[in-house]
Design a protein. Structure first.
Length: 140
């Protein structure tokens, strides 16, 4: 599972250790996830748990969901010109074309590494106060 977007085991590839603002190894020990599931450390936190956290933060169901972060990332990465197959693999989406799925096992790892670094840089820019364009006339 990619710490950023979710996905399969090959989504774990980062160009460098992500900066969570803390030492994740000290927090997780030998566990795979920084945010493990409540019942097992072998699975990530559930979407329902993420959504419950968003509700506690004051977001209504029609404002934001855990899956909404994936949708935002997909949209912005596509608009930034990244290869759609690399985006889909990063999101761990299976190929819908059965013939293509039977023959194409490409993981697009080099491009995904570059894409995730660019995404991290983009988010860092937002955090640092980059210009944010309001969507649908609402302030960001």
């Amino acid at each position: 599972m990619s710490p950023l977007l979710g996905g399969n085991s090959s989504s774990d590839y980062w160009p460098s250790e992500p900066d969570f603002g803390f030492d994740s190894a000290a927090l997780t020990g030998a566990r795979r996830y920084v945010f493990p599931g409540a019942r097992t450390n072998g699975r990530p936190m559930s979407e329902n748990t993420v959504n419950a956290g968003l509700r506690r933060l004051g977001y209504a169901k029609d404002e934001m969901t855990g899956h909404g972060f994936r949708s935002i990332a997909s949209t912005l990465l596509n608009e930034q010109g990244w290869h759609r197959d690399a985006i889909e693999r990063q999101l761990a989406h299976a190929e819908r074309d059965n013939v293509r799925a039977a023959y194409n096992f490409a993981e697009h790892l080099p491009e995904r590494r570059k894409m995730m670094q660019a995404w991290a840089d983009y988010l860092d820019g937002l955090k640092a106060g980059a210009d944010v364009i309001p969507l649908h006339g609402r302030a960001a």
